[in-house]
Design a protein around this ligand. Structure first.
Ligand SMILES: *[C@@H]1O[C@H](CO)[C@@H](O)[C@H](O)[C@H]1NC(C)=O
Ligand SMILES: *[C@@H]1O[C@H](CO)[C@@H](O)[C@H](O)[C@H]1NC(C)=O
Ligand SMILES: *[C@@H]1O[C@H](CO)[C@@H](O)[C@H](O)[C@H]1NC(C)=O
Ligand SMILES: *[C@@H]1O[C@H](CO)[C@@H](O)[C@H](O)[C@H]1NC(C)=O
Ligand SMILES: *[C@@H]1O[C@H](CO)[C@@H](O)[C@H](O)[C@H]1NC(C)=O
Length: 368
């Protein structure tokens, strides 16, 4: 009885340590594999693939060898070498099979009326070039339940999606090619099971390991840098621009304040989408259209996780000048005050001196 109990304890301890490593990371995390294959012709297919944890690129596929390149130092140590070898093999077999199936399907589709036997003629006309995109992965919720997903896109449009409940593929567009690919994926029950297991077991396990190894990368915070400037597209219009950049993570709140009150959304307010910078930080701009010299004060307010409960407040135009003049006035005032104080002290001393001499005089006069 002793060894099993000991093992059980060890397992419990291991689970506890495992859960402890990422349980404090708040939120829902998604691991995604993205594949884009451009079919130029049946003998030339260009395939790119990347793996993402949230917005962090973990690895990419070599275009020519389909080997995995790691983009973060902590990704390879997150899984044992044997598991990477298996994943590497699965990618290669999958890509080879996927490309073959798609090429055959594209040839059939292009023939317009495929023969009922489904036999393919290698001499058939080459299909038009097309682009296939594949996205698959898994999501881990704060309650520790997970969800898997898989989608296929064809020339930029939804093509097929995977139903996780009954492990079937659904057509997103009703075309011969979509039905053909669905049937190929569906008819092979071992393939369906493999996809399900790969996503439900391998993906979720890997995601948990990436969450514990990549914690620092996920918790990285970069402060936003905000600049406010104006553009005058016409003499009657002033565009106030608040440009915010260099922040991470992506969620941010940028608002314009008019006399200290938030300007509500409307036609005069135009905020760009959040755009990526090359160093995995983000940027955006918020533009407020105002009438020149309308007598109001404006400021851009930024709230971001890296700022905690504080906000970044960047006033526009007159306000910084006011701030500087205020500073100069303050300095001048301080100098004047110091001078006045010195004068007072000097006069008081002088006064005291005369009083003293007066009293001394008076004493002297009494004594005299
Ligand atoms: C396929 O496309 C590639 C690149 O566009 C080209 O170099 C090659 O000759 C083409 N092959 C055939 C059989 O058309
Ligand atoms: C876990 O959270 C997800 C997302 O909030 C929710 O859809 C799911 O039903 C939850 N599962 C359980 C067992 O609470
Ligand atoms: C995934 O695995 C969990 C438990 O590991 C199981 O409850 C769930 O039904 C599985 N989902 C699929 C789609 O196989
Ligand atoms: C599988 O589930 C989807 C919705 O989740 C449904 O539309 C489809 O008919 C189901 N397929 C089978 C074979 O039950
Ligand atoms: C898939 O199976 C169905 C029915 O069993 C069959 O009619 C169809 O030809 C098969 N398709 C492929 C691509 O194997």
């Amino acid at each position: 009885m002793q060894p099993p109990r000991c093992c059980l304890l060890l397992v419990l301890l291991y689970l506890f340590l495992l859960s402890g490593t990422w349980a404090t990371l708040q939120g829902t995390f998604t691991f995604r594999l993205l594949q884009t294959s451009t079919f130029q012709n049946t003998s030339f297919v260009d395939t790119e693939g990347i793996g993402l944890l949230e917005d962090i690129e973990l690895g990419s596929l070599d275009k020519h060898t389909w080997d995995i390149h790691f983009c973060q130092p902590w990704v390879r140590p997150a899984l044992p070498r044997s598991q990477w070898d298996i994943i590497d093999n699965i990618f290669k077999i999958y890509l080879y099979t996927f490309i073959r199936i798609m090429n055959e399907g594209a040839i059939q589709k292009d023939e317009g009326n495929p023969s009922p036997s489904g036999n393919l003629s290698p001499l058939s006309a080459p299909p038009d070039p097309f682009v296939l995109q594949f996205m698959a992965g898994c999501k881990l919720y704060p309650n520790r339940t997970s969800q898997i997903f898989a989608y296929v896109g064809y020339n930029g449009q939804d093509f097929l999606s995977f139903n996780t409940d009954n492990a079937t593929w659904t057509l997103s567009q009703d075309t011969d090619l979509a039905r053909y690919v669905r049937d190929v994926l569906q008819n092979d029950t071992t393939l369906v099971e493999a996809v399900k297991d790969l996503l439900n077991d391998t993906c979720v396990n890997a995601l948990e390991m990436f969450l514990s190894y990549g914690r620092a990368a996920l918790e990285r915070q970069e402060l936003p840098v905000a600049t406010v400037f104006a553009r005058t597209p016409s003499p009657h219009q002033l565009l106030l621009v608040c440009h915010v950049t260099a922040f991470y993570p992506r969620p941010i709140s940028v608002a314009w304040l008019r006399d200290g009150h938030e300007v509500p959304p409307g036609p005069q307010l135009n905020t760009s989408p959040v755009l990526p910078n090359a160093d995995l930080t983000y940027q955006l701009s918020s533009v407020l259209a105002v009438a020149p010299q309308d007598g109001h004060s404006y400021a851009c307010r930024v709230r971001h996780r890296s700022l905690g409960t504080r906000s970044l407040l960047v006033p526009w135009g007159n306000s910084p000048v006011l701030l500087i003049t205020g500073l100069v006035a303050g300095l001048l005032g301080a100098v004047a005050l110091a001078a006045l104080l010195l004068l007072c002290l000097w006069r008081r001393r002088k006064h005291q001196g005369t009083e003293e001499s007066q009293s001394r005089n008076s004493i002297l006069s009494k004594e005299a």
